[in-house]
Design a protein around this ligand. Sequence first.
Ligand code: SF4
Ligand code: SF4
Ligand code: SF4
Length: 356
Amino acid sequence: MIHRDLIFYIKTTETCQLNCDHCFTNGSNGQKGFFDENRVIDFMHKLKNKVPQINSGSVTFHGGEPMLCPPEKMIDLWQACRDLWPSLFWSIQTNLTYKIDPIKLTFFEKVCQKTWGTSWDYDLRWKSKRSSDLWRSNIKELAQDGHNITVIVSLSKKLLQEKEPIEVIEDLAELGVKHVNFERITSNGNAIANKRVFPSNKDLDHWFDKMWRQSVNQKTYQYIDNLFFDSILTSAVFNTFSGCRCRQCEQKVFTINADGSIGGCPNTAAESPFAHINENIDDILFNPGRLCNIEKESRRNQACYTCEVYDICNGDCHQLAWENGVCAAPKTLMSAVKKSDKELLNSFLNGFQGQE
Ligand code: SF4
Ligand code: SF4
Ligand code: SF4
């Protein structure tokens, strides 16, 4: 009951200096304090001994805001675990709304090998232009210095109402961003109390359809990689299911909360962990809570089985809410992709074949 490619999210803290309305953890209200790197190191080694055949994986530092934690603690974990499995990719998902000092820069360069992620949204994150400008100038400076940055755009109701997809994509490309992804908000953490930030599923479908048509017109594949497209196009071209279409997150993902409790998908790990790193590995892997999540993820909505794009969609991420029988998937976009010629799809994929 374990995948050969694993994804670890290590939450270095549960809190953040920002307090976004859509935060799936609890923003600045999350529990204070930092993770214990030694207990995580011990857990990773125990897992390696128990399941030596793991092929590869990724470790992403997460939060709250992971950089609130002294980077030395993350560097210690990396040093102790970086050779555990043959191919282990290390990264961070950070809000980047801070001054970058030498130790943070060392972390980005040494641990992440200059490849890492941050998030952007139109109306949810920064309360002042100063904070937003700080993020933009950090991105610009680090991109110029050769950092390979992925920006995840949160799809709020206001963004969909007021921005064209191509405006967002071009703005990020001009800052030097190499990869963009688009995140649908789930009802966790702060977002539970802020329903106004959620667009309707119908509006999401419409915006994604515009994104596809505008991206084809502007040949965006020539200057930025759209990871949201990648997970759809690999299904259409190679019949592989990656990213939010894999339906195996609960088998692959271990989110280790700052207090040592463990969940699967990071969106629900803080509110419903199923185990703790102090437990033995069998008890963690075969924990009823984990098995229940795996079972839940394997079931699709009945409507998926007769849907004309099921072969590409695979039922989408299981955390997304349906609204009166309407799913949150980019159904119109996927229909258009099915009718597109392979050459166009391959131009967007640019060699990507669906590995995580
Ligand atoms: S979404 Fe990210 S930046 Fe915003 S409060 Fe949550 S952890 Fe902080
Ligand atoms: S279950 Fe959905 S939200 Fe969770 S990690 Fe997978 S794709 Fe992301
Ligand atoms: S588009 Fe919607 S109905 Fe069709 S397979 Fe995807 S989630 Fe299911």
